[in-house]
Design a protein. Sequence first.
Length: 221
Amino acid sequence: MSQTKAGSRRYPSIDLLSASGRALLGSGNESNCRRLAVQLTLDPAVRSLRFVATLPLAGEQIEVGMLVAEHDDGCVAYDIVDERVDRDIDSEGLLLIALDQHDIILRAVDTFSICAQPLAHHCERIWEHRGLEIDHHLGLRIERALERDRLSVRELGHAVGERNITPIVSNLICKRVLCTDLATFPDRDAWVARRSDRLVENSSPSCKTAKSTRSKLGAPK
């Protein structure tokens, strides 16, 4: 996944909370954009997440090339300052106007903030289990155990009779069925709960995004 501007090429808005969007993140692309996307995908406070390449402004498409996440208090575009080309004054001005027109706040981030520990390490450990296959009946037992209140990882394991519950919980966090405190998980005393919004396979677009042609998430250029 890249923030690099690519001339006249046009990129689609990619829903990264869908099953296909999560698959695009995959593994092996160790760009800051990919790391941040994984963290935002797991973040219980994020309601939707898209990679937005362009936004319409006055009949034109303005280059964006950023992750845009919806939080309870609005949408945020993450400008990864050490993983993109420099913008001149004109392009910077048009970008800020386009974001403002679409009610999106610009937030600058860098390698230091994205790779801050222990959050970055915890998110990568959770993400390692995204491909785990979970028995359907076990998944239902886990959801029933969490119907009334959140439990610690240890308590949930006891409730469903699974000694090695951490990889299973990690997988369900990746699928956005469950959520946790990313600063403490996978400690067995960390809490885990069902997601209240249940954004499992589809996230409804809440930020206005541009229409364009197909692309894929690639390594940084």
